[in-house]
Ligand binder design. Sequence first.
Ligand SMILES: [Zn+2]
Length: 83
Amino acid sequence: MLKCNEIVEIIAKNKDLSLLGKMELRFHLFMCKHCNSYSKQISIINSQFKKVIEEKSEIEMNHVHELEDQVIKVIKAKLEKKD
Ligand SMILES: [Zn+2]
């Protein structure tokens, strides 16, 4: 079974998953209301990142990845407090 921390990272980094992994992810999101709400937040953040990149092409991808990592850290810290 995937842990909440792993779920957050998979969603935030848009990691490639096997079919089984995708099913596990869906199952986890269905069962876990915390990850479900975080996955929604992350998808909003991701779409905002894309907008920023499209609008400001001079932004380096490295900087975007840094921001992603910061967001993941914040979310993980919140998840750990709930456990
Ligand atoms: Zn979870």
